[in-house]
Structures are given as structure tokens and as C-alpha cells.
Design a protein around this ligand. Sequence first.
Ligand code: COA
Ligand code: AMP
Length: 629
Amino acid sequence: MGSYEEIFRSSVEDPAGFWLRAASDLDWHVAPTRALDESNPPFYKWFPDGELNVAHNALDRHVDAGHGERAALIYDSPVTGTTRTYTYAQLRDEVATFAGVLRDQGVGHGDRVVIYMPMVPEAAIAMLACARIGAIHSVVFGGFAAKELAVRIDDAAPTVMVSASCGIEGKRVIEYKPLLDKAIELATHKPARNVVLQRPQAEASMGADDVDWAAAVATATPADPVPVASTDPLYVLYTSGTTGKPKGVVRDCGGYATALAWSMPNIYDVGPGETIFTASDVGWVVGHSYIVYAPLLAGATTVLYEGKPVGTPDAGQFWRVVAEHGVKSLFTAPTAFRAIKKEDPDGEYTGQYDLSGLKYLFLAGERLDPETYRWAADLLGIPVIDHWWQTETGWPVAANPAGIELLDIKPGSPTRPMPGWDIEILDETGRPTETGVDGAIVAKLPLPPGAFPTLWNDEERYVNSYMKAFEGYYLTGDGGHLDEDGYVFVMGRTDDVINVAGHRLSTGGMEEVLASHADVAECAVIGVADTMKGQVPRGFVVLKAGVDGTAEGYEDRLRDDLVAMVRDQIGAVASLKDVAIVPALPKTRSGKVLRKTMRGIADGADEPVPSTIDDATVLDTLRSVLRRE
Ligand code: COA
Ligand code: AMP
């Protein structure tokens, strides 16, 4: 097979040959003869003349090969006390039937279906059912509020919505149906039908446009897989940009399936019949790629876990799942480990379970701090692999390719670039930085298969946000450096995106909410360091002239209002808890808010006063506001 170095080199020296070979592991209705259409940069197209069906590759292919009785998906839900295993044959049948339901509701090739669901197997079934009939799914994370869902409905313009009556968040039952109804009321686009899965924890009242999942499935005729162009969209996944308007990241079919199928054995070292447990949510890219598509494309078993790392009911649940289901690779976000460490600092729960089958812990979604790395590595005694990627990239940009060879681990680094990811570090002038010097992390175009070919309905934003800063390169939005051994170090975002408990959020979006309050003249939201969640948002507001911020109890009332507004309009997941009144925001002479300086002060750093500042005394006031707390 070759070493990492050889494999990486062949992927950049002969990308066409490398990826055509990888693509040949899939079933194609029409096999691609060409790897890449480069005629319209930066809009590259992988396998332009190929045709396939991703759901067929994820399910039918394995059943046809005689593996129908192998476990495909294990639903493990401590919050409902349920464990259910779907074999490949069963999952294929459930997906085919639900694909029939969607078809009966008028969904066809290229139509969109918005899925707003908790972590139940039906969420994965709905995604795969869309893929089966060539429809495009767009999953919206359950922690987003109705308004955020409405924005996505208007952008994706779905034919049908798929939802559930409720989700279970720790010990709370959250009714989804009222949120769905409110979102549809707020949206300009009205989907024709809503298919709703009734859950016994809170049954939803159904309206004229609502279709009961179970009743529809009972009468539907299964649908066969529809071959689609490799370049057709498989899904649109909205992610936070620097403004309140989310970006609809488009994923193609053939390139994505090829990259994921390559990544399973080579990065995660998981093959047919082996089990991966990705503790994330189907609403995030990690869930799309490594709960649903990649494990199934590889013929492996995936665990879909409805619960939290702690509190459902205890900090030993990950270990229970690993032991009960024979998990080989566990993948989650560092914040989950910080939560476990807080509850069970000595790792006592691990002693209660047989973890001998667990070979790797993969962590991504936010920076892995060396302390959490060491705690996890000492506790488990297995390789703890930090790897870096984004919604846009679809699969890891930098990782330790455990299935090829385990490279030396350097705490603080997600190791080396994966095939096709030609990473460079550039300074503001576009020149490569010296080894070890931070700059903008960029990837040379064309990007490998799996990465986003465009943004939904917004080619201009695709070019302006990602492809314009440095000609011929994709701007990742992350800053960092390469060391003398070619290891990547990702130090943090260079824009206004923050990562809260592994959830990607836009501070710009929160600022739009705060600014809409009647008393607020201007505001800034920044991400500040948090020992548990990595980062949390923090708001600063300047009051309109004439508003008396010193009045008895006013600041507390205002904070409560603003916190409630963000929760109501963006969602609980935004976790904005702190808002302070300040007399002014630090700005440059040209009026730009100095957010980086504010971040430094909030984090307690000895932040230098920027030469461009308009009024340096504003910083003293900010420091004293922060010291008061
Ligand atoms: N539906 C509805 N509400 C949700 C939700 C969902 N799917 N997910 C989260 N929320 C709510 C939470 O209940 C919480 O509400 P609260 O403020 O009323 O308590 C709020 O959103 C914030 O959630 P979260 O940031 O998840 O914090 P938490 O304190 O509930 O849990 C962790 C902390 C670390 C246990 C949790 O964040 C976690 O498991 N993180 C793993 C990260 C992960 O999976 N990342 C995905 C990318 S890999
Ligand atoms: P998302 O698109 O939600 O997957 O978030 C992507 C962002 O999360 C990246 O741009 C990084 O800022 C951050 N991120 C993800 N993985 C890592 C990692 N291993 N190390 C540092 N940052 C990470």
C-alpha cells in the first residue's frame, strides 16, 4: 500500500490517477472516465461523466454482496432506554420504503427535503431515502430555534419537511413540532407536506399538511435507487459564516462518496464488519460524514447515540457503548472529553467496562488542548488522534492516517495533510510564511473530492468568501502554521466564527440579534476562552443616548432580555449568557471594531494597544468592566 509520504505524494503529483483508483471501489452505474473537470475554476467537478447512487453504495451494494445480515446501524439511546440494531438488509428496506413515502409526497430528483430531527435512526433513514431517489437533503440541527430553521427553509425551498414530535435533551423533552410550525409560519417558502415521526415522549398534534411517519410507511411502496450524476448535489448543509445568513455548503455525490470510502480504512482504520461510534449529531458535518455515510459506504457498523457524554445518566456512557457494541474507533469533540473529565476526573467509570476492543480515539470539531489530549491518552492508553476539518471540506484535511501508519503524535497538532490537501501558510501579502510562523491556512486548488463544489444558490459568495483572498487557493478561515516536519498547527479562526462546545456559531449572527433591541445603539459579540466549552460568546452593548444604564436593576434586566432574544432567535445552542454594558466599543480610526483586542483582554492576555485605535481610553474602561466580574 505504501507509506503516508508515498500516498500523499502520489495524490498531489497525480490527483486524477489517485482518485480514479479510489473511485473504483464504489459501484458506478456509469463509471467515470475522467477524474476532474477543470474548465471553469474555481468551480471544479469531480468525476464529471460518472453516474452512481450513494444510497445504493451505502446499503444495497453490501446486501447484494451477501452481507445483508451484518449490523449496519446500532441505535443506542440511554435517554429512552432503547437499543436497536438494523442489519444492512433491514436498513436498506426501511430506507427504500421511506424513499417511497417521499416519492408519494411528490419529491423527485433534485428536490430538496429539510430534515429537522433529534438523534433517532429515522433521521439517518430520511437522509438515505433522499439519496436513494436523487433528492437533496438539508438537515438542520435540532438545537437551532424556529427562526434559524425558517431562514434555511427559505434558502433551500424544500418540497417536504421531515421532523419528529420531540427530542430528548438530557432529562428534558423538547417538543419539535411547535418549532417546526413556527418556522413554517415565519418562512416565505411553504413546503407542501411535513412528515412527522410521532414519539411517545410527547405526541404532536397534526395539521392538514402533516403526514404521520408510521401511517405513511405502512402503505408506501419501496423505491429503487435512482442513478444520478456524480456532480449532482447529495445534500446542502448550512453552516455559520461571519454574518447572520448561514452558508449552504453543497456536497456532490461521487466525489464525496469516493473521499469518505477512502477515509474509513485509511484514516479511521475501520473496515467491513468493524464498528465506529461517532458521538456527534446528524445536524453537523461530523454526523453526516461519520455517523451516516462513511461507515455505511465502508460496510462497517455505525452507532447512532441519543444522549450526552455526561448526565444521561452518568459519565460512563461512552464506555458502556464501546463495550456493549464492540467499538473499534470512537470519534467525538474534545469538549465531550472535558465534560467527562470534570465529572469523573480519575476515569473511574472506565474500570467498569471492557474497553479492550477500543483501538483509537479521534477528536475534532475544535482545537484539542494539550491538557485534554494528555488526560484522554493516559486514561485510555490508545492513540488519541486530533484531526482537523470543516463543514466545507467534508472530511479531514489534516489527520494521523491510522490505517496506513501511525505517525508520531505532537500534542497541539492534528498531524499531517491528507491526500489532495496541498496546505500552505500565507501572510497578508500572499507570501508563504517561514516554517513555524502563523498565517492564513490555505489549500491549493483544485480541492480533493468531498470538498464543497459551491454554495447553494450563491456562487458569488463561494468565490468571495473562500476563493478570492489568494488566487488559486481556498481560504480555510483558520490561522496557524506548519512545523519543520510538515505538521499542521491550527490556532483558531481568523474571522468572526466561534466554536462553542464543538458547535460552530457566528458572532455576527448574535450581534444582529442584540442590535435589534430598542435600547442598544451598537454592540459586539466575541468568543472568549472557556474551560469546558472551549469558547463561549460574550456580548458588549453600548446604549442609545437617553437610556439610563445605571438605573436600579436595569443592567440585569437588559442582560436577561438579550440572552432570551438570542436563545429565542438563534437557539439554546448559542449559549450566550453574558452581556455587559460599556460606554463605547474600541474601534480603529476608520470605525472598525477591534474584536481581536477585545478577545485578548477578555482572555486576560497582556494585549498590546493597536496603533490604529481611535481612543485608547476605551480599552481601560473595557478592562475595568471585565475586572468587575
Ligand atoms: N436540541 C435542542 N436543544 C439542544 C440540542 C438539541 N439537539 N443540543 C443542545 N441543546 C441545548 C442544550 O440543552 C443546552 O440548553 P440549556 O442552555 O438550556 O442547558 C444548550 O443547547 C447548550 O448545549 P451544549 O452546548 O451542548 O451544552 P450542554 O451543557 O448541554 O452540554 C456538552 C455540554 C459538552 C456535554 C455537550 O456540548 C456535548 O456533548 N458536546 C459534544 C460536542 C459535539 O457533539 N459536537 C459536534 C461536532 S463534533
Ligand atoms: P465545522 O465546520 O462546524 O466542522 O467547524 C470547523 C471549524 O472548527 C474549523 O474551521 C476550526 O476552526 C475548528 N476545528 C475543527 N477541528 C479542529 C481541530 N482538530 N483543531 C482546531 N480547530 C478545529
